[in-house]
Design a protein around this ligand. Structure first.
Ligand SMILES: NC(=O)c1ccc[n+]([C@@H]2O[C@H](COP(=O)([O-])OP(=O)(O)OC[C@H]3O[C@@H](n4cnc5c(N)ncnc54)[C@H](O)[C@@H]3O)[C@@H](O)[C@H]2O)c1
Length: 348
């Protein structure tokens, strides 16, 4: 009894005039043909087609079995310098709320990814600035004040020549309260920082970015004169009882972001938002303390729904990556960064 792969003895017995060895041989020949065409003929297509890029060009020749006769063809498409190198974010970063918390984490991520300079804009005291600043320019300015933000942008540009990446992270939780009990004054205070502060910052950053040329981008990429990342929150896509002012202000951030992205795109400027989940910053600490044990209990359920505690750097890195020209088609987007919090229906 003959055993074979994919061809049984009954099938063979129908063609007694064809010796089975020929059939096996033809299978082997076809297999070899497909293997070789997959490996080499595709390379020839890549070499001659300007529309198709060969991913293998980014690897050293010699790691694949390239026959000598094909090397001249392959070298047509091989650019030795095409492999990416150098810093991810080499420009100048400008961060509101940068003295501490998530804004400071964004500043640190920019510094780690090779930013030429980092500008921190905040209303914190000198000691907090000192703790958060490392190698950068720290500017005391209030995002709710137009003249201060205009000056802050001008000061950064006077020192570093331009602003390539802006991240608007200045924010407050504001007082929690039911809508039916809402104090208009408290509501407006939260909106002033989280919503007006973002549009004022975006306004002066856009004005500067509209004046400047593109940062260096890879060959074939559209230019990027600037990128702005506005900090929203999971409260930009959902709500919880007692959070009217904060939730309204963060929905507004997404609205501002969408409009600014459309107004910026003809100037090669991208504007996006990020919506962090739950990170135990000083802002959160202060807010939870106002609610005593209840606050702590709520926080535990938020973290459980988020799956784990989050590190500030996870927000910082996302903001930096969103700012690079490699994200050239991402514009007007609200990126939720919450380990699945918003899509999780349960508290576990
Ligand atoms: N921590 C979280 O879980 C969380 C979640 C979602 C969104 N956010 C958002 O992240 C951003 C940063 O918050 P954080 O948690 O790092 O808090 P944080 O209090 O540690 O940092 C906020 C910073 O903003 C600064 N700031 C406040 N008002 C300002 C003003 N008028 N002008 C200039 N600077 C001002 C503060 O001085 C502070 O340094 C906020 O927009 C917040 O709403 C935080």
């Amino acid at each position: 009894m003959r055993t074979s792969i994919g061809l049984n003895s009954n099938a063979l017995s129908r063609y007694p005039h064809i010796p089975s060895v020929y059939i096996y041989f033809s299978f082997i020949a076809w297999g070899a043909y497909f293997y070789i065409s997959n490996r080499y003929i595709l390379n020839i297509c890549y070499a001659y087609s300007p529309a198709i890029e060969n991913p293998r060009r980014y690897f050293q020749h010699g790691t694949t079995l390239t026959p000598k006769c094909l090397i001249p063809l392959l070298s047509l498409s091989h650019q030795p310098n095409a492999k990416r190198s150098g810093p991810v974010a080499p420009g100048v970063a400008f961060i509101t709320g940068g003295a501490r918390g998530l804004g400071n984490a964004v500043a640190v991520s920019f510094a780690k990814e090779g930013a030429r300079a980092v500008v921190l804009v905040d209303i914190q005291d000198a000691a907090t600035f000192e703790a958060g600043k490392k190698e950068c320019l720290a500017i005391h300015a209030d995002v709710t004040k137009e003249d201060e933000m205009e000056k802050a942008v001008a000061e950064a540009v006077a020192k570093f020549g331009r602003i390539d990446y802006a991240a608007n992270f200045a924010g407050v939780t504001g007082r929690a309260g039911l809508v039916s009990d809402m104090s208009l004054d408290e509501y407006q205070k939260t909106m002033a920082v989280n919503s007006s502060g973002v549009i004022i910052s975006t306004k002066w950053e856009l004005r500067q970015m509209m004046k400047q040329s593109s940062i260096d981008v890879e060959e074939g990429r559209v230019p990027q004169s600037g990128s702005i990342v506005n900090c929203a929150s999971v409260n930009s896509v959902q709500a919880n009882v007692g959070s009217a002012a904060y939730t309204a202000s963060k929905h507004a951030v997404v609205g501002i972001t969408k409009v600014a992205s459309l107004e910026g795109r003809n100037h090669n400027i991208r504007v996006n938002a990020i919506s962090p989940g739950f990170l135990y910053t000083k802002m959160i600490d202060e807010a939870l303390k106002r609610h005593g044990d209840l606050g702590e209990a709520h926080w535990k359920t938020y973290e459980a729904r988020q799956g784990r505690q989050a590190a500030f750097s996870e927000i910082g890195d996302a903001a930096v990556l969103l700012s690079t020209p490699r994200m050239s088609l991402v514009n007007g987007h609200n990126l939720v960064i919450d380990n699945g919090f918003t899509i999780n229906e349960s508290n576990t």
